[in-house]
Design a protein around this ligand. Structure first.
Ligand SMILES: [Zn+2]
Length: 198
């Protein structure tokens, strides 16, 4: 199991160097030189890729091994399960929705299958409900912006990319965000998953 802890003291993420917000979850790792390393939820993929060992795990994380042996290419995408929590499977080009609203919903679906809702949920417990914007950037790409009074995160969902959901930018002041990403057309559920506003 992944050992996820609440952040009760001021801590910085060993991967991105960001100062974690109080209440935000973090994962305890051991770096190759044996040092303790706290990693924010946005950086667990990088920590796994660096070969860091999750504290309390007996071997190399299984998730990394299965990601490596997962068949790639169209056949793999079509046959793959999209249910695995944390790393959603991208769409196949044929399955990409043509209708813009469907595409935005498909982008949110991938976001919700990723581990990022846990971050949204964790920060919301401290800072309250966020404002959420979802904007289509291209036929395969959706930009998700999640904004609290003291913090904002912007994610890129590439529905065809091997790692569909990535953190693009983050900041503290909503004024830093381009106005086209400030149409609050979606909302966060208590579990951090996102849905279009009705
Ligand atoms: Zn980090």
């Amino acid at each position: 199991m992944i050992d996820i802890r609440r952040n009760d003291i001021e801590t910085t993420c060993a991967v991105c160097g960001r100062t974690l917000l109080l209440g935000e979850r973090l994962v305890a790792y051991e770096s190759p030189d044996g040092a303790d390393a706290r990693v924010c939820e946005l950086c667990v993929d990088q920590a796994d890729a660096l070969g860091w060992i999750r504290e309390g795990s007996l071997s190399v994380p299984l998730q990394l091994q299965s990601a490596r042996t997962r068949p790639r290419g169209l056949k793999g995408f079509l046959g793959g399960s999209r249910q695995r929590r944390g790393v959603p499977e991208p769409f196949s080009p044929e399955a990409l929705p043509a209708d813009p609203r469907d595409a935005v919903e498909a982008g949110l679906e991938l976001f919700n299958e990723s581990y990022h809702p846990r971050t949204v949920c964790g920060i919301s417990r401290t800072l309250g409900d966020p404002r959420v914007s979802v904007v289509m950037r291209s036929h395969r790409e959706v930009v998700v912006t999640v904004v609290w009074d003291l913090s904002w995160y912007q994610f890129r969902v590439d529905m065809l990319g091997p790692q569909p959901v990535t953190l693009q930018q983050r900041g503290e002041d909503v004024a830093e965000i381009d106005s086209r990403f400030q149409d609050w057309n979606a909302q966060a559920e208590p579990d951090g998953t996102l849905a279009l506003a009705v």
